[in-house]
Design a protein around this ligand. Sequence first.
Ligand code: LLP
Length: 425
Amino acid sequence: PASTAEPRPGDLTVGGVALAEIAGRFDTPVYVLDESEVRRRCQNYRDAFPEAEIHYAAKAFLCRAMAHWVEEEGLGLDVCSAGELELAVAAGFPPDKIVLHGNAKTPHDLKKALSYGVGRIVIDSPSEIARIAAAVGPDGHQKVMVRVVPGISAGGHEKIRTGTEDQKFGLSISDGYAQHAIARILDQPQLELTGLHCHLGSQITDVKPYLSAVRRMVGLMARLREQHGVVLEELDLGGGHGVAYRPGEQTMDLTRLARKVRAELTEACAAAGLTVPRLIIEPGRAIAGPAGIALYRVVSVKHTGGHTFVAVDGGMSDNPRPALYGVRYAPRLVGRRGSTTLAPVTVVGRHCEAGDVVAADVQLPDDVGAGDLIAVPVAGAYHLSMASGYNLVGRPPVAAVRDGRARLLVRRESLEDIRSRDVGL
Ligand code: LLP
């Protein structure tokens, strides 16, 4: 039923539903996803890049409803495992609008992808060429792209930079490795090379690395035409568009990115005498991230060693990002109007290690206490998708809100789920 309760003072309402009501109905911790916000973000991409194919990067967050929404909004999908593919297909996502990625696609991934008939497979290593060709069979046909390393450093953290030569993804251009692999792909009659792919990294807010990538990729396309007489139709620039995790942080300006990329692509292609390829982009975080909130309940507040620790009922098992990348969040008290006096606190999780921090050194009302609700915004991307089973606390559910209604999309991992996977004694 639609929410009828009047939000209390201090309540934060998302999609027309008060977070306190969601906590009451689904318990905490819970991820709350704003469907209209996801759709609006898809539309923003379509408006900014009307000429491009936009593939949502499922690794940011995927459930069947999410796949359904992005499909309805006219996007394709980037998956990197049989699991992501399985959910997408179960949601009715057209397989020909799905691209399979991965630096270590297993035989199972490839088998599933070929049996569902995915639109394209992005080749990431030379050994894949023969494997895919063999799996496709002599009479088969599969569109492929090749992931190249443009040699560009960009991204919010060293662990999520993928455009440089010192990391595992793709084939480098500078030592001719990519060119060599491409020549081998062109020799396989059942593989149709439609274009080049690169993904610079993630949480990028500057336009310039994308423009450098356009120049290098077009340069490679021109050389391939000269050497092999092959004209590639597609250029996939990957994802990586940054969002703000805290108020005031920079985000990627999509309109500007689109305008600059378009101009650079047109100019570079004109200079090389190439027809402008069809552009593909793969945003994940910028579609799902800001549309999600993680909602926790405070379990205890402790003043020790000169610090105030506000401990909540989740933590690094549902959000490893502070521990992994040192990301800082801006949690807020919701469900009631707190004291107007703020106090410096560190919000920590429930897990058995000191690095289990949700948000270090933030300001919360000084009367925050057990039972209070804490909302952590921008939790829609790389939270549930990176959630672990640490301490067997069970992964949180996902509730979607829209037009004053909340519904469950993914249920909480229960004690029964945990017990039933354990099949030996
Ligand atoms: N395309 C490819 C091939 C990718 O590997 C990725 C992300 C994307 C697109 C989407 O990137 P996005 O637009 O979401 O930045 N766990 C990290 C992020 C890892 C991103 C991995 N690849 C985090 O929590 O920040």
